[in-house]
Every structure is written in C-alpha cells, then in structure tokens.
Design a protein around this ligand. Structure first.
Ligand code: NAP
Length: 289
C-alpha cells in the first residue's frame, strides 16, 4: 500500500516506458516488504532546463534517489553536489542518492558488469579482453575491467576515433588499453590470439528488432576458449551468444549486468541487500510480456 511514509526512487531518462527497472525494483521492494516505490520519470531530451529541474525536483519532492539512463547520464552531472571517482572516470552517472539533503552521483554499471562476469565464473584479474564498441556502456565495461586488474583491454570500434578518445581518456598511458578499428578481419584476428579470454559486445548490434545482427562474421567460428559477454538483453540469447554456444564458448547474457547494476543502486538507496533472484525473475517476466 502507498501511504504517507512511502519512500520514492525513480528512473530519469527518455524514453523510459520500455525499461525493466521499475518492475525489477518494485518486485524487490515487495519481496522485502519495504514501503518503497520506483517510478518512471520521463524527462525530454534536448531540454537542459528540464534535466536540471528533474534533478532538483528529486530533492524538492523528497525522493531518496534515482537511476539515470540515456540520454541524460552525462547531462545530470553538472547539477549534482558530489560525484564519485568511478562516475567521474566513466564520465557518466547512472545512480543518484540523496544523502543528507545532498545529491550524490554514482555509476554502478562497471561494477555491475564485473559482478555479473564473476557470477559467470570469469575472473578478469590478469586476463586479456576485447571490448567491441566505444559508447557509454563500453566506458563502464572498460573501467570495470581495468579496476579489477585485467592485464590488457583492446577496444574495437566502427568509428576508430571514438575508441581512441576512450583510450586516451581512460588510461591510454598505462599501456593496458589500446584502440583498434572494428572490421570482421581485425575482430577475428584479435579474438584468435590465445591470450584473449573475454570478448564483450557493448554495441547495439543484435538488439531487438534487428535480432539477426552480430558483430562476429558468420563464416568464422568463435574460439571455444572464449567467454563471450553480450550486454544486449533483448533478446536474452542474441545471435552472437548462439554462435558462442555452438562453438563451445561460454555465453553470458546482458541481464546479469542489468540486475547487478540495479542491485548496487538498491543497496545505496535502502542500505538493504538486494534480492537478486527476485530481480532477475521480474526482468525475465517483463521481457516475456
Ligand atoms: P551508445 O553510446 O549509443 O554506443 C553504441 C555503440 O554501438 C557505438 O560504439 C557504436 O559505434 C556501436 N554500433 C552501433 N551500431 C553498430 C553497427 N551496426 N556496427 C558496429 N558498431 C555499431 O550506446 P550504449 O549506451 O553504449 O549502449 C550500447 C548497448 O549496451 C545497448 O544495447 C544497451 O542496451 C546495452 N547496455 C546494456 C546494459 C546492461 O546492463 N546489460 C547497460 C548499458 C548498456 P560507433 O561509435 O561507430 O557509432
């Protein structure tokens, strides 16, 4: 029941109507009998004043915090009182927590990715990885891999310049991060190196409704020694993950990361451990709908 004591969090983004987060968090609140609700908070793009009003509105309306999704993950930053080092390094905020009247920004995507990777029994420390894509999600993944001590990360992108910017902003001088133009040939060659343990798709390729798309060329077999992680979760089993399973590689879908980044935000808001199974089941139910 919603009453005068109900605590509110929500999702700032556009569009938000297809997001799985309201179902995921509200199922978690219900399972733990917490008098909290998670609301969709659509904020139009290209309206800077509205982003500021929405962020300050969290304080004015007594919200405990919010998630932030595309296209506002960068735009919210200048309206916050504090930003964590991780969110600053990634260059985006996906979680706002109201702490003693102050708006504090965090990014749980990178840690959520690493937690999902470890749940799939892949420990990134000392391993080499290929990250395909250089957008917002790639930045979180690269940060997660480097901060969990991956030995080397190669970022392959269709637009080489974007990968180069990512590398120079996120530790290009360490020698652990490099950029490469994404072509079928460069990808196959890089993935064929026996030192590569992990291939991560952070592009939108393979996402509904273009479900036949794959970053991996059809005529080639994926090395069986790879763990293949696809950030896309709609569909859950992408064409890339089907190819991975056929070749004997380990396939990891994007829902684990979605649940883990949500769980990390949940703990920051409530101080209570998140019920991961309940959250994953709620997402799967929404995806089936
Ligand atoms: P974004 O910033 O728009 O970046 C998109 C990336 O995809 C860019 O690197 C872009 O390359 C590449 N790309 C798009 N179409 C391509 C094509 N046909 N061939 C090759 N590369 C292509 O998007 P984002 O925010 O990073 O999100 C990317 C994906 O990650 C989405 O599917 C999103 O749903 C998913 N995601 C999942 C989670 C999770 O929790 N599982 C979290 C965050 C994001 P160019 O630079 O060349 O354009």
């Amino acid at each position: 029941m919603i009453d005068g004591r109900t605590q509110l969090v929500g999702l700032i983004g556009w569009p938000v109507e297809h997001s799985l987060s309201p179902a995921m968090h509200n199922a978690a609140f219900a399972a733990l009998d917490l008098n909290w609700r998670y609301l969709p908070l659509p904020v139009r793009p290209r309206a800077t004043a509205e982003v500021q009003a929405a962020v300050h509105g969290l304080l004015a309306l007594g919200f405990r915090g919010a998630n932030v999704t595309v296209p506002h993950k960068q735009a919210v930053m200048k309206h916050l009182d504090e930003i964590s080092n991780t969110a600053r390094a990634i260059g985006a905020v996906n979680t706002i927590v109201v702490q003693e009247g102050r708006l504090c920004g965090y990014n749980t995507d990178g840690d959520g990715f690493v937690a999902a990777l470890r749940e799939a029994h892949f420990e990134p420390a000392g391993r080499q990885a290929l990250v395909v894509g250089a957008g917002g999600a790639a930045r979180a993944v690269v940060h997660g891999l480097l901060s969990s001590k991956a030995e080397k990360v190669t970022v392959l992108n269709r637009t080489l310049e974007r990968a180069q910017v990512l590398v120079s902003e996120m530790g290009g001088h360490s020698g652990r991060l490099r950029a490469l133009l994404l072509t079928p040939e460069t990808l196959v060659e890089a993935a064929s190196s026996p030192e590569i343990g992990l291939l991560v798709n952070t592009t939108t390729v393979g996402m509904w409704p273009q479900v036949d798309g794959s970053i991996w060329p059809e005529s080639k077999t994926l090395p069986a020694s790879l763990t293949v992680f696809d950030l896309v979760y709609n569909p859950l089993e992408t064409h890339l993950l089907q190819e991975a399973s056929i070749s004997g590689a380990r396939a990891v879908d994007g829902l684990g990361m979605l649940v883990m980044q949500g769980a990390l935000a949940f703990v920051k808001w409530t101080g209570v451990q998140a019920p991961l199974d309940v959250m994953r089941a709620a997402c799967e139910r929404e995806l089936r709908r």
